[in-house]
Ligand binder design. Structure first.
Ligand SMILES: [Zn+2]
Ligand SMILES: [Zn+2]
Ligand SMILES: [Zn+2]
Length: 339
């Protein structure tokens, strides 16, 4: 490069630098304004963490001597029942959705993933229950005298479920000793006839419950919508059918960014000799068929949870990948969504 060429290079470099600076200046403030507006109006306030994704009996499953559980026992693999944890990012308060039989493992995981320590006998600040099937509430027993002996942990459920807990041992003892404090919710219906009354288990977290059709022996069954400032999550681990009435699934998914839905069975192959159409729980293939377009357009919006130990999607990585490819991931323990 001669002297003339290097002299020419100076203005070129200056122009280049100016263009670069202008580029930065013109893009930067716009981005910041957008971010500021977003953080003022809708910064996420809570994170929701998957703590378990199996059906009530988990994996390995008592009484199962099929390959699914024989292999799990051999390798030490454990899958715990469907459960979500919620953390308030500002206050550090913690909630559980469900009190599964694996509550100790799941609370320990919630503490580990959120860096929570020194909670002592108040392991969480509240528990929301969907229904009285053992995988969803039997862990409450650990809050009693024999174990954590908690003090007034609020437990949200439908009035019918609260009545069941109040009137039947061993749950009634938790109420009598003030170890749990029952909070009755007012669920809505998915046909739009009854609107739910929203409640706030943590300040700023708006929750609505919706009655869903399920085998309701001791309680009715709800799905929860958790609404943070930025996003809404649906938790619907147990439902017998999507076609109980028109618009049931649509109403549950309405306004929801991430939905965790019942994936007990894949396609019925795990129930030899039974007609899948007569088995409660919509098989995953049916749910994916109904929501095919949503899976394509918003992959990851609908995620599968509450998988039976026999469900091939719990054990077969290729199948999991194929399902994910259609836009429907199987929930991973530890996955988080800020809402
Ligand atoms: Zn269940
Ligand atoms: Zn099994
Ligand atoms: Zn159930």
């Amino acid at each position: 490069m001669n002297r003339f060429q290097s002299l020419m290079l100076v203005p070129l470099l200056m122009v280049g630098t100016l263009v670069l600076l202008l580029g930065l200046v013109s893009i930067d403030p716009v981005d910041h304004r957008a971010q500021d507006a977003a953080s003022e109006e809708s910064a996420p306030r809570f994170e929701v963490i998957v703590l378990g994704r199996a059906q009530d009996g988990g994996l390995p499953h008592l009484g199962c001597e099929r390959g699914c559980c024989v292999m799990a026992r051999r390798s030490g693999r454990q899958e715990t029942p469907a459960c979500l944890g919620v953390r308030d990012l500002e206050s550090g308060a913690l909630l559980m959705l469900e009190a599964s039989p694996a509550i100790e493992t799941q609370v320990a995981l919630l503490h580990e993933l959120t860096g929570t320590t020194d909670r002592g006998r108040r392991p969480v600040d509240g528990i929301l229950l969907t229904h009285a099937h053992i995988g969803h509430y039997a862990g409450l027993i650990q809050l009693g005298r024999e174990v954590a002996s908690t003090e007034a942990v609020p437990v949200w459920s439908t009035p019918r479920f609260a009545g069941f807990l109040r009137e039947n041992g061993p749950w009634s003892q938790l109420v009598e000793l003030g170890q749990i404090e029952l909070q009755e919710i007012s669920p809505g219906t998915t046909d739009g006839k009854t609107a739910p009354i929203a409640f706030e288990p943590l300040p700023g977290l708006k929750v609505e419950a919706f009655l869903v059709p399920h085998r309701d022996e001791f309680s009715d069954t709800v799905a929860y919508k958790l609404r943070g400032p930025e996003k809404t999550i649906l938790f619907c681990p147990d439902v017998d059918r999507w076609d109980a009435h028109d618009g049931l699934l649509e109403s549950l998914l309405d306004g929801v960014d991430v939905a965790y839905v019942d994936a007990t069975f894949y396609d019925g192959r795990e129930l030899p000799g039974r007609n899948i159409l007569e088995v409660p729980h919509p098989p995953m293939i049916r749910t994916m068929e109904l929501l095919e377009e949503m899976g394509r357009e918003s992959p990851g919006r609908v995620r599968f949870i509450h998988l039976n130990h026999t469900n091939p999607a719990l054990n077969d990585q290729d199948l999991q990948d194929r399902i994910r490819g259609k836009g429907f991931p199987v929930a991973e323990v530890g996955e988080r969504t800020r809402i």
